[in-house]
Write a protein that binds this ligand. Structure first.
Ligand code: SAM
Length: 259
């Protein structure tokens, strides 16, 4: 494989983008245009990313779509939270590709939240809510919602595995946005699995999945995090190779089921 297939101009003139994004391509092209123009000055991507946006960010994010479809295939609710969305990876790409899924992008940094809002509007996405929160706040919001729902039945004392204690302050906005666990939680480049397990698994509903884009270190990260994964109700941690597109290197996906 030569290097030139990796740059944006070569990919845009190939059939790869149509094959991967299908009907979502016009929306993804809007995102690509906005990233190319504003991504670097706004600190969302590095200077070296500007000409390799398709492969490094957009196609890489898209590689998760089949894993999500599989995880939500028989689920009652097709809800996905993307934790630490940053510039919108993989959350915005997946939301465009999976319009029948409800996406919640969780991101603590105000200027990134602003950016995500602008992108949602420019791309015309109708299946996305953006929540300005850290993982810990999102988990606490869910814990409060669960406690409120089970008050009476369990005397308000029962807590699910890994639910944050009531001491984390949660704004009304975050509480209103996060009231149910998600069928899938995705993330990319947010934290090592030892930390990520505690930030994501409490947000995943029973029978759901954590699906994380990881580098080649995926298996080593999982091996190191087995105890903490189990502590937060995770089971069957595994790494799968995700095809990106014909002629491009596959990426690694770490998957954990929620008991
Ligand atoms: C390296 S960036 C990755 C952004 C994006 N997922 C990507 O792959 O391009 C990490 C992101 O995680 C967010 N983050 C950091 N700590 C977090 C926390 N405790 N909860 C949720 N997000 C967090 C940061 O604000 C940042 O946007």
């Amino acid at each position: 494989m030569t290097d030139d297939i990796h740059d944006d101009a070569s990919l845009a003139s190939s059939s790869i983008l149509h094959a991967v994004f299908g009907e979502a391509l016009p929306k993804i092209e809007v995102f690509h245009g906005k990233l190319k123009e504003e991504g670097e000055p706004r600190g969302l991507i590095g200077p070296r990313d500007v000409n390799i946006l398709w492969e490094r960010h957009l196609l890489n994010s898209a590689a998760l779509a089949p894993f999500i479809r599989k995880a939500t295939d028989r689920a009652r609710f097709k809800s996905v939270a993307d934790l630490g969305s940053g510039g919108g990876f993989p959350g915005l790409v997946l939301a465009a590709m999976l319009p029948d899924h409800a996406f919640t992008l969780i991101e603590p940094m105000e200027r990134r939240v602003e950016w995500l809002g602008e992108c949602v509007e420019a791309m015309g996405l109708e299946n996305v809510q953006i929540v300005r929160a850290r993982a810990e706040e999102a988990i606490a919001a869910l814990g409060r919602a669960r406690a409120a729902a089970s008050r009476g039945g369990h005397n308000g004392k029962r807590r699910s595995a890994g639910t944050a204690p009531a001491t984390v302050p949660v704004s009304d906005e975050v509480r209103a946005a996060i009231r149910h666990p998600f069928t899938v939680v995705t993330c990319r480049a947010v934290a090592p699995m030892t930390k990520l397990a505690g930030w994501t698994l409490p947000l995943v509903g029973r029978g759901g999945e954590l699906i994380a884009l990881k580098g080649r270190s995926a298996q080593a990260e999982i091996d190191k995090a087995r105890k903490v994964i189990a502590q937060y109700g995770g089971t069957r941690p595994r790494v799968e190779l995700a095809p990106v597109a014909d002629g491009l290197e596959p990426t690694h996906v770490a998957i954990v089921d929620k008991r």
